[in-house]
Design a protein around this ligand. Structure first.
Ligand code: FCB
Length: 439
């Protein structure tokens, strides 16, 4: 496949999904660990007490990444390991864990891509109002300052948030993630506070004279089910809510109008009265997590008067349609919206019901096909002129998939939950060949 020679190949994970030992060495409780321990929140009441035991096996896992042959590793910090109460004193032992991880990556010649926040918030901050509280943005800036001061000499690429939309929607509108709230009226407040936190984080970072910093958003391109005006308007609402809410204010300083209209200006009053100028902090790159698309039409009484239509095509175990063309479309769309900002695919992958390990092998042909088709789609975007700089597969390991617990396996590397034994799946071998052939 025709990728530029300086293209970055990587794999991605996040702290709560793989680390385990969430309270070790003086760490505070995170909102995700607390939520997972509440009965009925996560499928089978799974939680991240052990997860992939990465906290204790990080050295071996770095060797595994090296064996995979990728150039880069995208991971995140559990904030509560560093600031157990979300503010004030730094827990040096927590910081040491990440120092050791980054040292090991650099020793192996693997470029660290660090995400400051991938959903696990110190529970103390959630108790103080979390993302509904404006003050959390300042706390995030302090945390950014601590991390970038401690590690910026070693980490060139930073990112503030992973998928702020998911924090807003799943946590405050849909209730499937902590804090488990369900009210669309939270959306403007939480979106504004997350974007304020992002911008304050970027400013704190620049004050330390650092390297490159970006943001990672999830994009699920929306296609109208028909040419009717109603369906086109439904498409615009769905796109504004999911795909534009965390990009437009940064790039153009405007909240997406179709969403403001759909919810009514009153719902947005406080946010609209505030200047968006502080949100327009320039970023060095934008990451996109792409998994699927949706086809939408108008439906009175549906969420934002829209409805998603299930397509008669292949779906993954998550119930997500396999639609590689959507990745090309997304990259082209983002490239236009951001005027050629460097882009990365920071997550792409699939959960399938993998066959068992037989003779040291996992024949996950469905995932190999998924990756191959999506890499072709990414290559096509590059041919169309998109400034795409890298691709990270989700995920290095089978891990804790949020409200679905361990039931969904996204790993290129199989993890036996009983023994923690790691086994390369065929998809891991596939990615290794692709990286090798393209670097
Ligand atoms: C993304 C998340 C990641 C993982 C994948 C499947 O939304 O960023 O942590 O759960 O989905």
């Amino acid at each position: 496949m025709p990728f530029p020679t300086d293209f970055t190949w990587g794999v991605a994970t996040s702290s709560y999904q793989i680390e385990g030992s969430p309270l070790a060495d003086g760490a505070g409780l995170s909102n995700w660990h607390r939520f997972a321990l509440e009965a009925g929140r996560v499928l089978n009441d799974d939680h991240g007490e052990t997860a992939c035991d990465h906290y204790r096996r990080s050295h071996d896992d770095v060797a595994l990444i090296k064996e995979l042959g990728v150039d880069a590793y995208r991971f995140s910090f559990n904030w509560a390991r560093i600031q157990p109460n979300g503010k004030g004193v730094v827990n040096e032992k927590g910081l040491d864990f990440y120092r050791r991880l980054v040292d090991a990556l650099l020793e192996h010649g693997i470029q660290p891509f660090a995400t400051l926040h991938h959903w696990d918030l110190p529970a103390a901050l959630e108790d103080a109002g979390g993302w509904l509280n404006r003050d959390t943005a300042h706390r995030f800036a302090d945390f950014t300052e601590i991390m970038t001061r401690a590690l910026d000499g070693q980490i060139q690429d930073w990112c503030t948030f992973n998928e702020p939309w998911v924090i807003m929607h799943e946590g405050h509108v849909n209730g499937a993630h902590p804090p488990g709230l369900m009210d669309l009226a939270h959306a403007p407040i939480v979106a504004n506070n997350l974007l304020r936190a992002h911008a304050e984080g970027v400013r704190a970072y620049r004050a330390n004279g650092c390297h490159r910093i970006g943001l990672v958003v999830n994009i699920e391109p929306k296609y109208a089910a028909s040419d009717s005006l109603d369906d086109q308007a439904a498409q615009a609402r769905a796109e504004s809510y999911m795909n534009r809410l965390f990009i437009d204010p940064i790039i153009t300083g405007e909240w997406p109008q179709p969403l403001v209209e759909a919810m009514g200006e009153d719902a947005w009053r406080d946010v609209l009265d505030e200047s968006t100028a502080p949100l327009r902090e320039p970023i060095d790159w934008l990451g996109v997590n792409y998994y699927s698309r949706s086809v939408v039409r108008h439906k009175d009484g549906g969420f934002l008067d829209t409805e998603t239509l299930r397509q008669a095509r292949a779906h993954t175990e998550m119930g997500w349609e396999v639609y590689p063309q959507g990745l090309t479309d997304t990259l082209v769309w983002l490239s236009e919206r951001t005027q050629g900002l460097p882009l990365y695919v920071t997550e792409n992958g699939a959960a399938f019901d993998d066959p068992p390990v037989i003779g040291g092998r996992v024949d996950d042909q469905a995932r190999v096909d998924y990756l191959r088709e999506h890499l072709h789609a990414a290559a096509q975007a590059i041919e169309m002129g998109v400034n795409l700089r890298g691709y990270f597969a989700w995920s290095l390991l089978d891990n804790f998939e949020w409200q679905f617990g361990y039931s969904k396996r996204f790993g290129l590397v199989h993890v036996d939950p009983a023994t923690q034994q790691r086994t390369f799946k065929d998809s891991a071998h596939f990615l290794r060949e692709i990286c090798h052939a393209n670097t």
